[in-house]
Design a protein around this ligand. Structure first.
Ligand SMILES: Cc1cc2nc3c(=O)[nH]c(=O)nc-3n(C[C@H](O)[C@H](O)[C@H](O)COP(=O)(O)OP(=O)(O)OC[C@H]3O[C@@H](n4cnc5c(N)ncnc54)[C@H](O)[C@@H]3O)c2cc1C
Length: 395
């Protein structure tokens, strides 16, 4: 494809590397500029809807990604106060037949590694670390990424895949700091033998309680269990990955059922995040520069779709670049047009399900239980078809 230079990608997370792989599949060269000294991901889990598998296949990494995933049987919703199941969504044959792909969970490092391996295998991808992009300038012929080192790197396009605190977004949108949700999340990954035996379910399980919830699922061929517990304590400041003591984690969960509490007691090496998101924006593109993944549409994790959306973005952008050879600005506009509403819907719906499914109390929680327990798996498939049936490309 005629291209006046490589595509510059700020950020080598899941979104940035997925894009580099997608562009290489279209014959487009890219340079990934990653701020950190090494490329990698935090040691925790991630859920993959069937839409993630559509993306893997499009990006040519379907077999490798499938080999790393754990295929769970259910999405299970438990009442963290009463200790009983509210509902579950069956993820077996009927789910796969409906969406053409499974639902699975995977270790973040493994998922990132799938894309990293594909990038390293491609002569079209250049990976650079210790390369923080601070801003950009552009003219009719190309774009220049300015690095913190003072270096300037020239390309045909610049994609800001630089996450929640994106420098590219700061220049492109200028909408200030992310919104602090006040929800504090604690993460721990434990060996499976430390998980209470009667809770070693092959499910992504959510225990929903007043202003708090717990999520757990198996990882890495059942060697590990991923624990994610969240407390809506109106935390005022953003925090990322701060180690905390067990007592601090437990503080938000004194009021829930002992069975749910026991999950937290088995965690160790807890780390804390205060979650942030942003309002959706239609400003994703400035000439030859565009945003992707969390830089474009950071969301709370309640639909477990942030990384899935970043991979869908990568599919769509690679597709658009190939469909508009040599016309970068048209490609980026087409990409934005196809992605903006879908990702805005996931952003806003993630907030809504946090309020109405994950954290309600009292009558609000009883209403949740009544509505959700009345639904069959097939009702859930219909309700989720807009999300899981998508491929990242406009119909
Ligand atoms: C608790 C929790 C649970 C989650 N669970 C799920 C889930 O189950 N399923 C799911 O799909 N999603 C989930 N997510 C969301 C998912 O983690 C993110 O949406 C996804 O990682 C975003 O990927 P990204 O590549 O856009 O950004 P990031 O992963 O943030 O990557 C950005 C990269 O850019 C680099 N960088 C930053 N600034 C610069 C710069 N100026 N120049 C160069 N490089 C830079 C960073 O070092 C990083 O490597 C969860 C999130 C949280 C917080």
């Amino acid at each position: 494809m005629a291209q006046s230079g490589p595509v510059l990608i700020a950020g080598g997370g899941i979104g940035g590397l997925a894009l580099a792989v997608g562009l290489a599949g279209k014959g487009v060269a890219s340079i990934v500029l990653e701020k950190a000294a090494t490329l990698g991901e935090i040691g925790a889990g991630i859920q993959l809807g069937p839409n993630a598998f559509h993306a893997f296949d499009y990006l040519g990494v379907g077999d490798t990604a499938r080999a790393m995933a754990v295929y769970i049987d259910q999405l299970r919703l438990m009442d963290a106060m009463g200790g009983e199941e509210i509902t579950h969504i069956d993820l077996g044959a009927a789910f796969r037949a409906r969406f053409g792909n499974p639902y699975a969970v995977i270790h973040r490092g493994d998922l990132h590694g799938v894309f990293l391996k594909a990038c390293r295998a491609s002569p079209l991808v250049t990976l650079r670390t210790a390369s923080e992009v601070t801003g950009y300038a552009q003219d009719g012929a190309g774009v220049t990424a300015h690095l913190a080192s003072g270096e300037a790197v020239r390309g045909a396009a610049l994609i800001g895949a630089d996450g929640l605190w994106s420098n590219i977004r700061r220049q492109l949108v200028g909408d200030g700091a992310p919104r602090v949700s006040g929800h504090t999340t604690y993460r721990s990954v434990i060996p499976t033998e430390r998980m209470p035996e009667d809770l070693r379910w092959n499910a992504a399980t959510l225990w929903a309680g007043p202003k708090c919830h717990i999520v757990h699922y198996p990882l890495q061929g059942w060697k590990l269990f991923n624990l994610v517990v969240t407390y809506h304590n109106d935390a005022p400041q953003p925090v990322a990955g701060k180690p905390v003591a067990f007592e601090e984690v437990m503080r938000g969960f004194e009021h829930i059922h002992p069975r749910a509490q026991s999950i937290i007691r088995h965690g160790s090496d807890w780390k804390l995040w205060v979650l942030c998101d942003r309002e959706p924006t239609e400003h994703w593109v400035d000439g030859r520069v565009a945003l992707l993944g969390d830089a474009a549409h950071p969301m709370l994790q309640y639909f477990a779709q942030g990384a899935c959306m970043a991979m869908e973005d990568a599919v769509c952008l690679a597709h658009a670049m190939a469909a508009h050879p040599g016309r970068v600005e048209a490609a980026l506009d087409s990409y934005r047009g196809q992605r903006m509403l879908r990702t805005a819907r996931v952003q806003l719906s993630s907030r809504a399900i946090g309020e109405h499914i994950y954290h309600p109390a009292g009558a609000h929680a009883l209403l949740r239980n009544a509505i959700m327990s009345a639904k069959s798996s097939s009702d859930w498939y219909d309700a989720l078809a807009w999300l899981y049936g998508g491929t990242g490309l406009a119909a």
